[in-house]
Design a binder for this molecule. Structure first.
Ligand code: CS2
Ligand code: MG
Length: 403
């Protein structure tokens, strides 16, 4: 299983994806996702210029050693770009290991601990009527869990609103970052009203989630969490910035609304205090940003010790390779909670052919050897990279705010 080639393909079948392709001497191909939305080329260069040359000649079977070689060997630790690169290598090596064994990756992780992976869909609306229609669509399709986001009255843009089914729910479609205006007071008045409306309309027979996208101060979250307690959320996501774990002590001391954090984190160290002090309920890490399958398993094992469950990041700005890798982990770990799921619109399906399937609100990664995703490099070449950025946020007076 000697590695003879490692190449990076940046393509844009709907949105930008960075894909690592590792080939072994017998012609087996392993694929990894290295996409970092809005900073794609930095990871592509990290891989092409600094990692791929180190992979040639290595034994693809030595996953843990390769992980440590790239992490410790870089001297510089952590960070989004470097960790996305290491994650892609790790995911591709697990894909190769599964292919060599002739087994789906989840079998190598201990086998299925459940029959399917419960997912949540993204319902949203410009107003409450649109939101109702969107939620109804997900319930009709069999989803057991739905995230609800609606436009805050009086604001021109609100995060998370859009035609969620076509993968364009976020305006990552500008050649330079668009500027949006945020107003916390309006949001804090609206969000409890919006989520109470959802429970009044649809009852409590499904799991309800909501994402605050890092925008509140800890004391504002404390109040929101209390206001939302009657709505029995599955989770309130990223209610405040995640950099300061002690902020969550304050939140925890005020509310029983469950908290999910970590889609922007990239190592176990980012989670350590949040998990060991039981300050959060769900780990939101992405397999392609938090060190691949190898490191994600470490984070999830730590979480399991403290009764914290998994809730992996899975938007369409991670490629289908990431979603497949996450599903193998989800199926196998004891403390699985829920998985985010947004179906990939065409033409992503021209470039990536996945074998996971959806039924009754659950995904299953399938039983193809490895991850079960084929990457078509010729199709990818038909969709070249386009510079695209996420928006930024300002307050009404022009101050920068978290988006
Ligand atoms: C979001 C993400 O999925 C989520 O919960 O918060 O879509 C996030 O905005 C993007 O991954 C940013 O690229
Ligand atoms: Mg989020």
């Amino acid at each position: 299983m000697k590695i003879v080639d490692a190449r990076v393909v940046v393509s844009s079948p709907g949105r930008n994806y960075v894909t690592l392709v590792i080939e072994t001497a017998d012609g087996t191909i392993g694929v990894g996702d290295a996409t970092l939305n809005g900073r794609e080329l930095a990871v592509a260069s990290y891989l092409r210029d600094h990692v791929c040359p180190l992979l040639i000649g290595r034994d693809a079977r030595r996953i843990t050693d390769t992980w440590s070689y790239l992490y410790q060997g870089a001297y510089w630790r952590r960070g989004g770009v470097g960790m996305a690169a290491i994650s892609a290598v790790d995911i591709a090596l697990w894909d190769l290991k599964g292919k060599e064994a002739g087994l789906p990756v989840y079998q190598l992780l201990g086998g299925a601990a459940r029959d399917g992976v419960m997912v949540y869909g993204h319902a949203s609306g410009q107003n409450l009527d649109d939101l109702d229609a969107s939620i109804q669509l997900f319930l009709d399709r069999g989803y057991r869990a739905v995230r609800a986001q609606a436009a805050v009255p009086g604001l021109d843009h609100t995060y998370g609103i859009g035609p969620a089914h076509d993968g364009a729910y976020e305006p990552a479609n500008a050649e330079l970052p668009e500027e949006e205006v945020w107003d916390t007071a309006r949001y804090l008045e609206f969000a409890p009203r919006m989520l109470a409306h959802v429970r009044e309309q649809f009852g409590f027979g499904f799991h309800l989630l909501h994402d605050t996208h890092h925008r509140l101060s800890p004391i504002e979250v404390a109040r929101l969490g209390r206001d939302l307690e009657p709505m029995r959320l599955w989770w309130l996501e990223d209610p405040t910035r995640g950099e300061d774990p002690t902020a969550f002590r304050l939140i925890r001391s005020h509310t029983t609304t469950p908290i999910a954090v970590g889609e922007v984190f990239n190592t176990i160290w980012d989670f350590q205090q949040l998990i060991t002090e039981r300050l959060i309920d769900y780990v939101r890490a992405s397999v392609s940003h938090a060190g691949g399958i190898t490191h994600l398993l470490r984070i999830f094992s730590l979480a399991d010790l403290y009764g914290v469950r998994t809730g992996s990041h899975g938007p369409t700005d991670l490629s289908p390779i990431s979603l497949s890798a996450a599903l193998h982990v989800d199926l196998a770990v004891p403390n699985f909670g829920i998985q985010e799921y947004m179906p990939f619109p065409s033409p992503a399906d021209e470039v990536f052919r996945w074998s996971y399937t959806f039924a009754d609100g659950y995904l299953h990664p399938g039983d193809a050897p490895g991850l079960g995703v084929e990457f078509d490099e010729e199709a990818a070449a038909r969709h070249p990279y386009r510079p695209r950025y996420l928006p930024v946020n300002r307050l009404a007076d022009g101050s920068m705010h978290d988006w």
